[in-house]
Design a protein around this ligand. Sequence first.
Ligand SMILES: [Zn+2]
Length: 214
Amino acid sequence: MGMEGYKRLLDYNRQWVAERLAERPDYFTRLKDNQDPEYVWIGCSDSRVPAETVTGCQPGDLFVHRNVANQVVHTDLNMLTVIFYAVERLRVRHIIVCGHYGCGGVKAAMSHHDFGLINRWLQNIKDCAERHQAELGALADEEARSRRLVELNVVEQVDHLAKTSVVQRAWKREGRPWLHGWVYDMRAGLLKELVCRTSTDLPHPVHRFDLGEP
Ligand SMILES: [Zn+2]
């Protein structure tokens, strides 16, 4: 395929619009003035984990943030802006962190290769691996360790969400959002829930904020 292959995306788009309008004439106009998504999706950038496709979500359903290895990094202004806007303004009911087996970011973090600048991003996953070294080291092979680290990484990112003042304030005020940790199996197409944290699952006292009156 030559360079012109990209045009199939634009062709498909016209076909998709025609199909949606045939189903429902207000498919697009109903969404033009505002959005009211129920979910935030924090997923990996990997092209094989398309959030809307695997969950059956439509435009207007998911507020999406994706990065390499679905990280929730407390100094990442991009991620924090997504969470702040989604929780404070859009009042989402659920935040889903979704990792996936076979994640290239996790595999890179397990290697000892020097990736230059990218080392900074992978450091968080290396720290996670270090904290769970006893469990990971007891596993039979590299594949098993990789799969388990994918899961541990997801659970850790959910913990990071619970440590934000944005989430704690919404928990205190309205008992939402629920925080979910999911993993996607690319070979089977299946999602699995690893953890679900609600407003009663506050983080360690060290991480709790004095939020005053709601
Ligand atoms: Zn990935």
